[in-house]
Each structure stands twice: as structure tokens, then as C-alpha cells.
Design a protein around this ligand. Structure first.
Ligand code: ADP
Length: 171
């Protein structure tokens, strides 16, 4: 049975052990899903983020979820898309892998991801979905305690790309 699910909607509403934030390297808040997570979590999230000293592209750091239904937020920094020749696929894969390992290390069994890098950072949605699904599948093989990973699409078009990637990888 697949441990990867999809969901269309707002990631801040999900009751899971951890939601992943597509943050920027300062971890001090931004637009898109980052802004939505900080608004829903309340000001204590920013207070904790200030103590983390930023985050490198491809890495992940964890905080509490504060006013969110999720217990934790895992902040990861996706690559800015420069055409695909500057290591973007490896860095995006590293975001998913680092986030899942950090989730497992913090006893999170259910984790939800947004489509990292596909908004302001310009990563093509279809390519990003392929990397997300492939990396999550591989990483989950080493992390038996993670029960479910939910890939959250903000709209139906993004959802279609996720479904396509999930279908292809099941071949
Ligand atoms: P990045 O800077 O990594 O590109 P963005 O926040 O701009 O991050 O976008 C990442 C993805 O998150 C985009 O596909 C965007 O549509 C989606 N998104 C924005 N707000 C939300 C939300 N509240 N819940 C889930 N996904 C969201």
C-alpha cells in the first residue's frame, strides 16, 4: 500500500505531525506558503525561527507548530529555478530527503509537503512533482516509522502533475 497521498487545498489546515514550509534561507518569513504558515501559526513561530540562524538551500530545520493544527513545522529552502543546470534537481531532492529524515528523528509519523520551489522560485511544476515523488519513495524505504506523506497541491493543475508523477513511478 502506498504511503504517499495527495490533497488539494491549504496546507495550514492539515492535522498532521509536521507540515513542511517552503521557506527562504533567512527563515524570517516571506510570501506564498511561508506567509500563510506564519499567519496561521502566529508570532511565536517567527520568534523561534529567529533563533535558528537561517537554513541553507536543500537543508531543513524544525520548530513547533504553535497555533497550527500541526505539531511541528519543518522549514526547508528549495532552489531557485535557473533553467535546471545549476544543480536544482539535486537540491530539490535534498529538501524532501532532509525534511523526512528530520521528521523521523522527531517522531513525526505523518508529514505534509507543499510543492517546494514551484511558486516564487519558478521550478516547473511537473518536473518538481517527479523529483518529489521519486525522492520520497526512496527515502521512505529507510524510514519505516513514517506512516503517511501527504503531497499538497494548491490547485487542480498542480494536483494533476502529482497524480501523473505518482502513476508513473508505480510502473
Ligand atoms: P517557493 O518560494 O519555494 O517557490 P511558494 O510559497 O512561492 O514557494 O510556492 C510553493 C508552492 O506552494 C506553490 O505551488 C504555491 O501554489 C503553493 N502554496 C501557496 N500557498 C499555499 C498553501 N497555503 N497551502 C499549500 N500550498 C500553497
Amino acid at each position: 500500500m502506498s504511503r504517499i497521498e495527495t490533497h488539494v487545498g491549504d496546507i495550514t489546515r492539515l492535522t498532521v505531525d509536521a507540515i513542511v514550509n517552503a521557506a527562504n534561507s533567512s527563515l524570517l518569513g516571506g510570501g506564498g506558503v511561508d506567509g500563510a504558515i506564519h499567519r496561521a501559526a502566529g508570532p511565536d513561530l517567527l520568534r523561534e525561527c529567529r533563533l535558528l540562524n537561517g537554513c541553507k538551500t536543500g537543508d531543513a530545520k524544525i520548530t513547533a507548530g504553535y497555533d497550527l493544527p500541526a505539531r511541528h513545522v519543518i522549514h526547508t529552502v528549495g532552489p531557485v529555478w535557473h533553467g535546471g543546470t545549476e544543480g536544482e534537481p539535486g537540491l530539490l531532492a535534498s529538501c524532501y530527503e532532509s525534511s523526512l529524515r528530520l521528521a523521523a528523528a522527531n517522531n513525526c509519523r505523518t508529514v505534509a509537503f507543499p510543492a517546494i520551489s514551484t511558486g516564487i522560485y519558478g521550478y516547473p511544476t511537473g518536473l518538481a512533482a517527479e523529483t518529489a515523488v521519486g525522492t520520497i519513495r526512496n527515502t521512505l524505504e529507510e524510514l519505516p516509522d513514517i506512516e503517511t506523506v501527504t503531497l499538497v497541491a494548491f490547485d487542480d493543475a498542480a494536483h494533476a502533475y502529482l497524480l501523473k508523477a505518482l502513476e508513473r513511478k508505480e510502473d
